[in-house]
Design a protein around this ligand. Structure first.
Ligand SMILES: [Zn+2]
Length: 335
């Protein structure tokens, strides 16, 4: 059955690297951060991600509908939720609206996005303390609200898709256009904390606009075939079925949710891949959490290519998606 979704990936020209990251993110339910200048297509891509996700199972529909019911968001016209949610709270949103709470506790955006996408546009514009409330729920898949009369627990099984400008003016690292001083760029990026970045599985940089313009004016790119949402979803579905089968006896459904004690079982590496990742681990001084993220993303890349074992190229690609945050947040900003 074709789903109704007017937003198609075929309308996004260029940005192939970012689209590849969106495919991987969707296939394994990984969190994704896109960084780049305004107008480079970050929002366009984010809004198209629900369209490439597999349809919700009946159990998922019931679980999500329950959250919406508690939040008072169901009606006679809309008695339950069938499509994966896409929630995009504004950066002025409060901690409580994001995580849930209130005198009579209600689920927040992170719970309303369960089973779907929580899109945080302009991530660096959010108050730091507001974003920080997402750390625990993103890790655990639920949110706890303590009240005198007892604890409330809401599911928070969403996928975080975030976008940010690299600086206040939006054009760093293009020094011809960026008018910010180094310290301003650093303090802008510092609004996104290290621990928050560690919860991101893939971090990608948008291609510069003039490169896009160049492709547009030459017209060569537009005549080339861009993948449609239906085509990308087919790939996602393949990887999704592999995961459903692999995790049939587990309490989780996808690669992003593999608990660390089961990584060894579910992420078997070839000898080459193993040597490679230990080299990377030492040279990039990765934290255990980031190391685990790389393994999980590599698991999804291997699934997309139909490989049982994780091979060296899968690791190499997964590492690529960690190099961008090193570039921006690794202390390497110099005029
Ligand atoms: Zn700037």
């Amino acid at each position: 059955m074709e789903r109704e979704n007017p937003l198609d990936f075929k309308d996004v020209y260029g940005q192939d690297f970012v689209k590849r990251a969106a495919l991987i993110a969707a296939a394994g339910r990984h969190n994704l951060l896109m960084i780049g200048p305004p107008g480079s297509g970050k929002t366009m891509i984010a809004k198209r991600i629900p369209g490439i996700l597999p349809e919700m199972t009946f159990e998922e529909q019931m679980e999500i509908s329950k959250i919406y019911s508690v939040a008072g968001l169901l009606s006679k016209e809309k008695p339950y939720i069938r499509e994966r949610p896409f929630r995009d709270p504004h950066h002025t949103t409060t901690k409580q609206a994001l995580a849930g709470g209130g005198r009579v506790p209600k689920p927040g955006e992170i719970s309303l996005a369960s089973g779907g996408v929580l899109f945080l546009d302009e991530l660096a514009e959010f108050k730091r303390e507001t974003i920080e409330v997402l750390r625990q729920p993103l890790e655990e898949g639920y949110v706890n609200i303590a009240r005198a009369e007892g604890n409330y627990r809401y599911p928070a099984k969403c996928q975080l898709i975030a976008a940010t400008n690299p600086c206040k003016c939006g054009f760093y690292p293009d020094r011809r256009k960026c008018v910010c001083r180094d310290w301003q760029i650093r303090s802008y990026l510092d609004r996104i904390s290290g621990p928050m970045l560690e919860r991101i599985d893939l971090c990608v940089e948008m291609q510069p606009l003039d490169y896009q313009d160049f492709l547009g004016t030459r017209g060569s790119r537009k005549s080339e075939k861009t993948e449609t949402t239906a085509e990308i979803r087919k790939k996602v579905m393949q990887a999704y079925l592999v995961q459903t089968e692999r995790y049939a006896k587990e309490s989780f459904l996808n690669n992003a949710s593999i608990p660390s004690n089961l990584l060894e079982r579910y992420c078997p590496l070839t000898k080459e891949a193993e040597e490679y990742i230990s080299e990377i681990f030492a040279s990039l001084e990765l934290s255990a959490r980031v190391y685990h993220k790389i393994l999980k993303v590599a698991r999804t890349i291997a699934d997309l290519s139909g490989s049982l074992q994780i091979e060296r190229p899968h690791i190499a690609e997964a590492v690529l998606y960690r190099m961008v945050d090193k570039k921006y947040w690794g202390g390497g900003i110099h005029g």
